[in-house]
Design a protein around this ligand. Structure first.
Ligand SMILES: C[S@@+](CC[C@H](N)C(=O)[O-])C[C@H]1O[C@@H](n2cnc3c(N)ncnc32)[C@H](O)[C@@H]1O
Ligand code: SF4
Length: 397
């Protein structure tokens, strides 16, 4: 553990802020998912791809009062650098709800010409009108939850979409004039062979998106897969998929810049980079987190958390605020910044945590001796081994 300083933290001032908006509903809950997402009430088949209009309208109203309060809490005005509307399934929102949401955002924290604005969409609820409404409202980046192009794999994952719907969603996104599209893919799927995993990558690469997120499936507590564990590939197969997949993506011109994130030139996700660089963000919506640094009465960083259960968020919303304690800052910073392939500079570490570089030194020495990081006088970055075993690396703090 780092030594505590007797001095107040000295944090760099920042005049920008990012905004995360959580939409907590999905058509159906996937058996591997531990996000704060809840199946919408489904009276009869076929599955509905819309929210109840009253519920949706109440939620948008609550989101906007949440945003108004958050902006009021800021010490000084900030410029909006990015928005990420995630979930859950934001592509369930109606065109009316999308318009109202963005009118409200513009009223309290206006979009700028260069604000990156991403929305997550599930191919099972992706129609061209919804995409057009997002585009017209100012959304300029779309993230499609493809997961796999194999119908059999999608079925085992309990997804509501199939391969044909994945292609339709991508075409609809391009037709709605999205020029910055991310595809979410997962690997290490139940029964997956290395050939099947590479075939998924081949098909994703062929679509020529601007960004790919390639996650290894993890089995999380509080999911159906935790209690009904599927047959996952053996450790050696998982390693082969990982190693070969990284080579595939590199050959296809995707540059890896974070553990699971791959970009075409200039197309990194600015919103996620802000998290990994320990920047500030407002979080609104059920269960949303935020991080806000402040200067008075003395410098510090707050974490905010909103009521998690959607109905409680609607009816009895609470904003919990915790000061990040100095002894937790090192871990909080490193668990974000060490996800980045290029790591971080020592000056950005001090500016965004207020800690001195000496407080980092014991960790740097021990993790370097185990081959997990490399550093020089200005710069720290994880080795390929450190990126693969980040959780073990963080245990050394
Ligand atoms: C918050 S989810 C939302 C995306 C959207 N709801 C969807 O599923 O189409 C973002 C991404 O996290 C990934 N993900 C979710 N649960 C995961 C798990 N247990 N292991 C690995 N990746 C996961 C999936 O690729 C998913 O698209
Ligand atoms: S659609 Fe996405 S957020 Fe919803 S349950 Fe499935 S993985 Fe989770």
């Amino acid at each position: 553990m780092s030594k505590l300083s007797a001095q107040p933290l000295s944090l760099a001032k920042t005049d920008t802020i990012a905004l995360y908006i959580h939409i907590p509903w999905c058509i159906k809950k996937c058996p591997y998912c531990d996000f704060n997402s809840h199946a919408i009430k489904q009276p009869v088949q076929p599955l509905s791809t819309h929210l109840d209009p009253e519920l949706e309208s109440a939620y948008i109203k609550r989101l906007l009062s949440d945003l108004k309060n958050e902006v009021r809490e800021l010490e000084t005005p900030r410029r909006l650098s990015s928005i990420f509307i995630g979930g859950g399934t934001p592509s369930l929102l109606s065109e009316t709800a999308i318009k109202r949401l963005f009118t409200g955002i513009n009223q309290f924290l206006p979009l700028q010409a260069d604000t990156e604005c991403t929305v997550e969409a599930n191919p099972g609820s992706s129609d061209i009108n919804c995409f057009k409404a997002f585009r017209e409202a100012g959304v300029n980046r779309l993230s499609l939850g493809i997961q796999s192009f194999s119908d059999a794999a999608l079925k085992k994952l309990g997804r509501v979409h199939n391969k044909a719907a994945a292609y339709r969603a991508f075409e609809a996104a391009r037709a709605a004039e999205f020029e910055n599209i991310n595809l979410d893919l997962m690997h290490g799927l139940p029964g997956q062979t290395i050939e099947a995993a590479m075939s998924d990558l081949d098909q994703a690469i062929a679509l020529n998106s601007e960004h790919l997120s390639w996650y290894q499936l993890t089995i999380e507590p509080n999911t159906l897969f935790y209690t009904h564990r599927p047959d996952l590939p053996a450790e050696q197969t998982l390693w082969n998929i990982y190693r070969t997949g990284l080579e595939y993506l590199q050959k296809a011109g995707f540059k890896r810049y974070e553990i699971s994130a791959f970009k075409r030139p200039g197309k990194a996700c600015r919103h996620n980079l802000n998290y990994w660089n320990f920047g500030d963000y407002i979080g609104i919506g059920a269960g949303a987190h935020g991080k806000i640094s402040f200067q008075t009465p003395q410098p510090g960083i707050h974490r905010t958390l909103k009521t998690r259960v959607p109905n409680d968020y609607l009816n009895t919303p609470k904003r919990i605020v915790n000061l990040i304690q100095e002894e937790d800052l090192l871990l909080e910073y490193l668990m974000n910044a060490l996800r980045l392939v290029e790591g971080f500079t020592l000056s950005s570490f001090s500016e965004s945590t207020g800690l001195s570089q000496n407080q980092l030194q014991p960790f740097l020495n021990s993790s370097k001796s185990r081959g997990l990081i490399q550093f020089d006088q200005n710069h720290v970055k994880p080795t390929p081994l450190g990126l693969r075993y980040l959780d073990d690396l963080l245990l050394m703090i």
